[in-house]
Write a protein that binds this ligand. Sequence first.
Ligand SMILES: [Cu+2]
Length: 323
Amino acid sequence: MIRRLLIVLLALPTMLMAQQRRDEVRPYPGSFNWQFLGRHADAARLFNAFDYGHAILYERLLTLPLKDAKVALADEYDFLVGDLLVKPPRFAIPEEAIEPTYAKVAWRAKVTFDWAHILHRQIYDAYADPRLTPAERDALIERITDYYLEETRYALPTVPKSMALMDEQPFSQIFRREVPQFNGLIWSYHWLQIGLYEAFLTDDDRSNDAASVRQVTGRWRAMVQGAPAAYPSVMPMAPAVAPRFSKAHPRAAAIFDNLHMLHDIISDILAAPTIPRAGKGAEIQRQLDLMQDPTRDLMGAEHWWMMGDMMGGVGKMGGVAGG
Ligand SMILES: [Cu+2]
């Protein structure tokens, strides 16, 4: 852990530069911000570790031949599961220091992820703020979503995109086939990211929130401990894993499913030996254009709601979160 964090600190000048560029996107202002970290620190800090996991994954896949990337990722997996996820960092990881090559090659994708992760975090904050009535909280979540969408360069669409984008392109599924353990871990992150919303919706008694959040994170930890069998075997999707949240905020739920699909698409592009390294940035751009287009490659709303059943049951996605 110390060795790896030292490497991060040595990259400090890059981080400072990156910090400035990150100001391209600004969170929606309000006193609800950081309520989740303040009240549910153990869960909130996990996201710092998740950010590291995503970043190191992309950097390794981009800079190493697949055969070597698999060896490096096996080592990173042990570090994540044995160390970083057990004691997640208190502060946000400077991702640009972990993925300098990837950030250069795929800057637009990087900010697209950052922006969606800010949306994720701000919605946790809205749920965690006990001063808001349920109606105020829901209105705030819709306002945060509107604000997210105003950033048209980086916003993902509010309509669910077709699974064919993730599963049926020439490069599709290579990452999950070649690096199944790491892929299972990433899918477990995605389960927790949407499942945590459900923790706040199990009942109206806010004094149960802390226990609910612990219960959902506990289920996630059990997945990691029971790996690989306990990992989701299909990509977790919001309507199946977090049905109450998805009904209340279908736009945000679709954005998150699109985000998670995009994560998989980029892992596949980076892992695919059929796409030369010099061509990966252009392919990622092309996929971002496809993903951001709200008029094509869509999945109908009904179909979206049935994904859990169609993929062989929500159990394969990690199960319904919450009580
Ligand atoms: Cu993610």
